[in-house]
Design a protein. Structure first.
Length: 253
C-alpha cells in the first residue's frame, strides 16, 4: 500500500489517507475502513466467480428448452393449443365428480372419456396375468401410464417439451376421469359397462381395490385427494407449456 493511497469513508464521506501499517479507522467517525475494504473485495470476487446452476435449475432448463429450428407458424399454432389446454383444463378442474340420476358423472360424459375408456379396458386385459388385484387396478393404471409414457417419450426421446406438457395435461385429465370411480366405491351409484354398480358390485374396480386394501371407508377422501392432484397437474401443464413457448419467443425475437 502506498503512503498516498486514500479512501473515502462510506459512513461519513471523509477522505482518509491510508498508511502501510496498522488498523485504519476513519479520522472523522472511527469507522473501520479495513473491514469495509475486505467486504468490498469479497463481494467483487464473488461477482467475478462463475455461477453454478443448481440441479433443479438445470432440470428446469432441460424440460423448458424450445426447438428453435421450428417455423414461426408452429409457434403460433402451439399458442392456440396452449389456449385450448388452459380453457378445457380449467373446465375439467371445475367439474364435480358426483353422479346424476343416470349414474353418469359429468367428467365421464366428456369427449376425453371416449378416449380413456378403451385404454382403461385394455389395461384390465394387459394386467390380468398378474392376479386379480392387479387386474382390477390395471384399468386405472393404464389410463395414467399411457399418457405418462407419451410425456416421457417426447421429453427425453423426441425432445419436444411442449408435447411433453400436453402429455402431462392428459395425465391430469385421465386422473380426473378416474376420480368418480374412486368416489363411488362405497355408494355404488355409477352405471358401469356391466350394468348398475349396485347390482354388479363385484365388477366395480375401485370397490374391489379398496376392499382388498381395507380402505373402503376412505373412498371419498381418496377421491378428493386424487381430484386435488389432478388439478395441480393441470396447472403444472399450463405453466410448463407456457414456459416452453416463452423460451422460443425470447430466443427468436
Amino acid at each position: 500500500m502506498s503512503t498516498n493511497e486514500t479512501i473515502k469513508c462510506p459512513k461519513c464521506g471523509h477522505t482518509n489517507t491510508l498508511t502501510p501499517r496498522g488498523l485504519h479507522l476513519c479520522e472523522a467517525c472511527s469507522f473501520d475502513l479495513d473491514m469495509h475494504r475486505f467486504n468490498k473485495n469479497a463481494r467483487e470476487k464473488q461477482q467475478r466467480a462463475p455461477k453454478r446452476d443448481s440441479r433443479s435449475q438445470r432440470f428446469w432448463d432441460y424440460i423448458t428448452a424450445a426447438n428453435l429450428d421450428e417455423e414461426s407458424t408452429m409457434f403460433y399454432a402451439r399458442i392456440v393449443v396452449l389456449a385450448v389446454m388452459v380453457v378445457w383444463g380449467v373446465h375439467f378442474i371445475k367439474m364435480g365428480y358426483g353422479v346424476d340420476y343416470r349414474g353418469i358423472a359429468e367428467v365421464n360424459n366428456s369427449f376425453m372419456h371416449l378416449i380413456n375408456l378403451p385404454v382403461h379396458e385394455a389395461g384390465h386385459i394387459i394386467f390380468q396375468p398378474f392376479g386379480r388385484f392387479v387386474m382390477f387396478l390395471g384399468g386405472s393404471l393404464m389410463q395414467l401410464l399411457l399418457p405418462l409414457g407419451i410425456m416421457f417419450f417426447f421429453v427425453f426421446k423426441s425432445r419436444d417439451n411442449f408435447a411433453g406438457a400436453l402429455g402431462l395435461w392428459w395425465v391430469a385429465q385421465s386422473l380426473k376421469d378416474v376420480v368418480p370411480y374412486i368416489n363411488d366405491a362405497g355408494a355404488l351409484k355409477l352405471m358401469l359397462l356391466t350394468g348398475p354398480a349396485s347390482l354388479v358390485p363385484h365388477t366395480h374396480d375401485w370397490r374391489q381395490i379398496l376392499i382388498s386394501t381395507h380402505l373402503l371407508e376412505y373412498d371419498t377422501a381418496i377421491a378428493a385427494g386424487a381430484n386435488f392432484i389432478s388439478g395441480a397437474l393441470f396447472f403444472l401443464s399450463f405453466i410448463w407449456g407456457a414456459a416452453v413457448l416463452m423460451n422460443y419467443y425470447r430466443h427468436r425475437h
